[in-house]
Design a protein around this ligand. Structure first.
Ligand SMILES: *Cc1c(COP(=O)(O)O)cnc(C)c1O
Length: 423
């Protein structure tokens, strides 16, 4: 459920007409609904109410400070994958004791920053990282709490670029070999083994891969960690199951958070751990849209193009994954339906929001809403072709706030210099 709905023939974000935001803020612009964000967070969190758990919102899905702040106020922790995301989570008021640090390429400065911030744990993805973490922790006289990201070799049946839990992937350590890695971790003086972690992919639309992955991790926990490793002093207190729950972009029917939670809670029975969840997309995906204005309609012998002012620089998902984004007119239209590609201004043929889409024939100046753009939208935006990044707008009831200003032309060249010697 979200709060982008038509009232008297035009689309509103909560109680604010999108047309008004377009007039006052301009286009392209990301628009988020605070009511939707809060609702998605609480539905997800409540689904796990029966078991000890921490929801760590995955910052890479949407890292705007105002959104992170709102989640922190609801009690959310954060899953981060860089020092930059840690900075954002802390600035937003996030509790370091609810921050987990994932990612295959953590750098020394990032690790020191996280150690000095006192985060909950590092999700370690390789033996070399383990050794580096131990050394860096010794350097700052700290003990690093760690969990190992194990790779359960489960096919999440999603796009290859967002499949992360198969054997061939760069993420995690082979679950079958991870006992040795755990033993190495236990022998390192500046590490404290606290958990086990897995994240198998994103935009999963079926429960099966989650259940299979949990079963594999569970078997491993019961058989190996609880037995052999316990004797050596490991206390596995956290089981981190990552994120990945999918959303409805088009005709998918992903599991509801409640059903997802039921399946996981069932798989956990008898296990004395705090569950950690790292949802991203399912919280923010359908809580945001990209508002864009039609610039030109171009009809050729073979194809129609609707050229809008947003592009792959603003929202790269269709170009990168070939993914579907619904596109709706902001003012409902009775115009004839045409079949068209909806494309941006960028000089790349991959710059499209929709291919061969049936759409009510728009005209120059019309507003279109690219739906489901709240996750992996702004966070993946770039300045390609030197377009300033769009603003982010947060709607709350009948009010809205600009929570990130539109970039200016000066922002585009910020930090660039023409060396004096070359002038
Ligand atoms: C991307 C990512 C997530 C969030 O995935 P969603 O599909 O947005 O829920 C969680 N954990 C890790 C380690 C990730 O890389």
């Amino acid at each position: 459920m979200n709060h982008f709905e038509y009232r008297n023939g035009e689309m509103f974000a909560e109680a604010v007409p999108l047309r008004r935001i377009a007039q006052e803020v301009g286009t392209p612009a990301y628009i988020y609904s605070l009511a939707t964000l809060k609702r998605h967070y609480s539905v997800f969190d409540q689904a796990f109410a029966k078991v000890p758990h921490i929801v760590c919102f995955s910052v890479k899905a949407n890292s705007n400070l105002a959104l992170l702040h709102s989640f922190a106020k609801q009690g959310s922790g954060f899953d981060i994958v860089s020092g930059g995301e840690l900075f954002r989570a802390l600035k937003a008021g996030g509790d370091p004791k609810k921050i987990v640090f994932s990612g295959v390429g953590k750098k020394k400065q990032e690790i020191e920053y996280a150690l000095n911030s006192g985060i909950l744990m590092f999700n370690v993805e390789s033996e070399e990282e383990l050794a580096a973490l131990n050394e860096i922790a010794a350097g700052v006289k700290k003990k690093a709490p760690i969990s190992l990201r194990v790779n359960p070799d489960v096919d999440p049946q999603t796009h290859p670029y967002i499949s992360t839990g198969m054997k061939k992937s760069k993420f995690g350590v082979d679950i079958k070999k991870s006992l040795d890695t755990y033993k190495k971790a236990l022998s390192m003086k500046n590490l404290e083994v606290v958990g086990v972690d897995c994240h198998i992919g994103s935009q999963l639309t079926s429960l099966t891969p989650f259940v299979d992955a949990l079963a594999k991790v569970r078997e491993y926990l019961d058989r190996v960690l609880a037995g052999e490793l316990k004797k050596e002093g490991a206390q596995i207190r956290y089981l981190d199951l990552g994120g990945g729950l999918g959303i409805n972009y088009n005709d998918e029917t992903p599991p509801l958070p409640d059903d997802y939670a039921k399946a996981i809670i069932q798989g956990l029975e008898g296990l004395d751990v705090t569950l950690i969840l790292e949802p991203g997309r399912v919280i923010v995906g359908n809580a945001g849209i990209l508002l864009t204005e039609v610039q030109y309609i171009k009809e050729t012998d073979t194809k129609n193009f609707v050229i809008v002012d947003g592009g792959m620089n603003d929202l790269i998902r269709p170009a990168l994954y070939g993914s579907y984004q619904a596109i709706r007119p902001v003012v409902e239209s009775k115009a004839e339906t045409i079949n068209a590609d909806v494309v941006g201004p960028i000089c790349e043929s991959g710059d499209f929001f929709a291919k061969d889409r049936d759409i009510a024939r728009p005209k120059r100046g019309d507003l279109l809403a690219v739906m489901s753009a709240g996750a992996y939208g702004f966070t993946m935006a770039s300045n390609y072709n030197s377009h300033p990044k769009p603003p982010e707008v947060l709607v709350d009831g009948d009010k809205y706030y600009i929570v990130r200003k539109r970039e200016t032309l000066d922002d585009l060249i910020n930090g660039e210099v023409i060396p004096a010697a070359l002038q």
